[in-house]
Design a protein around this ligand. Sequence first.
Ligand code: G6P
Length: 368
Amino acid sequence: QDAVLDGFASYYEMELHQSAEALYDTVSALMDGNRAPVIDQLRIDAYELARVRKVVIIGCGTSYHAGLVGRYLVEHLARVPVEVDVASEYRYRDPILDADTLVIGISQSGESLETITALRDCQVNGARTIAITNVIGSQLSRVADGVLYTRAGPEISVASTKTHLAQIGALAMFAIYLGEIKGTLYPDEAKRRRQELAEMAPLIRTTVEREGIWRGVVEQYLLLDRFFFIGRNLLYPVAMEGALKMKELSYIAAEAYPAGELKHGPIAMLDEQAVVVALLGDDRLHDKMLSNLEEVRARGAKLIVVAPDGDQSADDLADAVLRVPPCLALHAPLLMVLPLQVLAGWMAKVRGLDLDKPRNLAKTVTVE
Ligand code: G6P
């Protein structure tokens, strides 16, 4: 067991530390040495993709959250409208689908029943379908018209870590390819963007290595038990993933909110016992986010801010700042999710819980 765990106390921690490789291997398998796309398993040709007028992304749990990040990537890079829903809801919405709709089902295992059945229903209704999965030959990969594999290696821990980054990587590669086909990205720009994505791998590695520094900064808040995660734009799904990790691993009440929506309800719950974890991106919403943080501070809640190196704008407001390296705003989810995954792991450890097998959860859910 110890040999497999490579010195880590749990698969969760070990897999979290394999995130850089997971992203790099996924992204580099989807391009050649000249940074042109390699999409031999996509099985939907460029002509058909050019017709796509709507993309729908479905998944469960952590895969659903990757899909939410994917929405921003596809809409921004390919200018195609995207809908995202949890698989078990989408199926029963009486969705409007046709041959110009492309449905992407995301599932680490490729065996989540709800994602498989929802994808199959979409096909019956005329949509083209793609699976993003980590398991070659899994049911989802066989049901879908085409496949984009994530190459994160086996994931044992029930709570996903590295596959989430790989899923975002695959979605980004797809968004770039679709942008090229749709004419929103010139081939040179597409190549540059593929390169930038691959270059996130070393940044992910150095970010994870900051774990010890982060711990020193937040140690005193690990015993509190009411958490809110806030972000805006494509950092909102990251906040959702942070809250999910916290719930899954430490059984602590954690809610995610788009920061601008706080004042429409949840702010009433803030007091000295609450902790707000805020994702402060280097993007056009930065200053709006700062005023959201001032609102939080004024209610007396503890404030932990995740911010890029060099951004000291929240230092006076925050009780603690967890720093990540700066990167393009579009790639920030790949770095900002890491301190949240680490935080959830510590919370569970402080409480003496099993990081790999949280109570009541299964790695793969094959019932509805
Ligand atoms: C379960 C697991 C989650 C996972 C979800 C989706 O609920 O506990 O960690 O995100 O299933 O799994 P999938 O294999 O479809 O990505």
